[in-house]
Design a protein around this ligand. Structure first.
Ligand SMILES: Nc1nc2c(ncn2[C@@H]2O[C@H](COP(=O)(O)OP(=O)(O)OP(=O)(O)O)[C@@H](O)[C@H]2O)c(=O)[nH]1
Ligand SMILES: [Mg+2]
Ligand SMILES: [Zn+2]
Length: 362
């Protein structure tokens, strides 16, 4: 297997030499199922385990390999397993907030779902479960990952108001290509090949049952991935795909199938979240400006409350973080506003640091 066909490029090459002078093999994680890994490289495809050292120095879940990672492995000729020694820096990653246990405590942590993808096919089904808010949130997370989102509206065969839905979704997904398809009937699938060329990686994300595995099988022209029996997926809590796996297409390109996601932290019910920051919303009623962002505006009641010790900086910080997460107004527009929103984040973290400093000096 040629490394470039697997997605290797200058970015990884530049980091490779920091870790190895040729004694380790370069490979990509092609399967991840709990603690079981497979990797694929010039040596072919192999089961893999994580080196003890990597495990012991890991401080976060994010320090473990995930599907799509480029890793350096030690392959001993008479061992059938490759040993993963290092993870190369990730060019892009989709992460979600999670918690892990550290001793007796549950601490906030980052879980990386998939690494080094160029394009994410966000799949939604054109049925009664279609949820524009959920699409917006997924898109927010994808934009943050560094990958390019593409929205696939699947199960067009079940829907007779496709055009209205697309028109509506266009408004909230500016800058995102939308494709309508039916994976079971095969319509609209061929255009997806435009995103797949040698060395380019595409991952499919979306809720369980929307047809991710069916779409991949269609693209491959083979029943590679297990798909739910009709109706089976309606059975809530059931995921047909239970692991993450990467396939290399014969004509070039790489596809990654994922299990359906139930939550990308903070996802269910934005109203619930706003309610949970009721105290801050109440304080905010006293800000001078109605549209105050509580970052650096004059006469901001929230900033005042933090400075006077009425509101804890931690709580203020998580509030802002949440605002950032649901502020799709700013992010949905396009790359330009996206850059602005990055700048905005910078100034947010600056003001948090500033406030912490004031408090430290008291
Ligand atoms: N009518 C219709 N059904 C579809 C279409 N695409 C997929 N399905 C059906 O939807 C069900 C779920 O499809 P899967 O491909 O297993 O869904 P998934 O997104 O991979 O689900 P998880 O692996 O659980 O995340 C299956 O019964 C498919 O046959 C489509 O275009 N139209
Ligand atoms: Mg699946
Ligand atoms: Zn304010």
């Amino acid at each position: 297997m040629n490394l470039f066909d697997l997605g290797w490029n200058d970015f990884f090459q530049a980091h490779y030499h920091e870790y190895s002078h040729g004694e380790l093999s370069r490979a990509r994680v092609s399967l991840q199922q709990k603690k079981h890994y497979r990797v694929i490289g010039e040596f072919g495809e192999k089961d893999a385990v994580i080196a003890g050292k990597l495990r012991h120095t890991a401080e976060s879940m994010a320090d473990f390999p995930v599907i799509g990672d480029w890793v350096l492995t030690k392959n001993t000729p008479n061992e059938d397993k490759a040993i993963i020694q290092h993870i190369l820096p990730r060019r892009t990653k989709i992460s979600r907030d999670t918690t892990t246990r550290k001793g007796r405590q549950q601490i906030a942590d980052e879980q990386v779902l998939v690494a080094n993808v160029d394009t994410i096919f966000l799949v939604a089904a054109l049925n009664e479960e279609l949820n524009p808010r959920r699409i917006e949130r997924y898109l927010t997370v994808i934009w943050d990952s560094g990958a390019q989102p593409v929205l696939l509206l699947n199960k067009a065969d079940l829907c007779n108001s496709v055009e209205e839905i697309v028109e509506y979704l266009k408004e909230i997904t500016i800058g995102v290509d939308i494709h309508v398809l039916s994976a079971t009937e095969g319509s609209g699938v061929s255009v997806l090949h435009n995103y797949l060329s040698s060395g380019k990686t595409v991952a499919l994300l979306g809720s369980s049952g929307v047809g991710k595995s069916t779409i991949i099988n269609r693209i491959l022209g083979a029943e590679k991935f297990k798909v739910a029996e009709t109706g089976e997926y309606k059975d809530k809590g059931r995921h047909t795909t239970t692991h993450r796996e990467l396939v290399v297409l014969q004509g070039g390109g790489i596809l990654i199938d994922n299990p359906g996601m139930r939550s990308i932290q903070l996802w269910d019910g934005e109203e619930g979240l706003i309610k949970s920051f009721d105290d801050i919303e109440q304080i905010a009623a006293y800000c001078r400006f109605n549209d105050c962002q509580h970052i650096n505006e004059p006469d901001c009641a929230v900033l005042r409350a933090v400075a006077e010790g009425e509101l804890s900086p931690d709580r203020y910080e998580s509030y802002l973080k949440l605002q950032g997460e649901i502020a799709y107004r700013a992010r949905k527009e396009n790359w330009v506003t996206r850059q602005n929103s990055k700048k905005r984040w910078k100034s947010i973290s600056k003001s948090i640091r500033q406030i912490n400093k004031w408090r430290g000096e008291e």
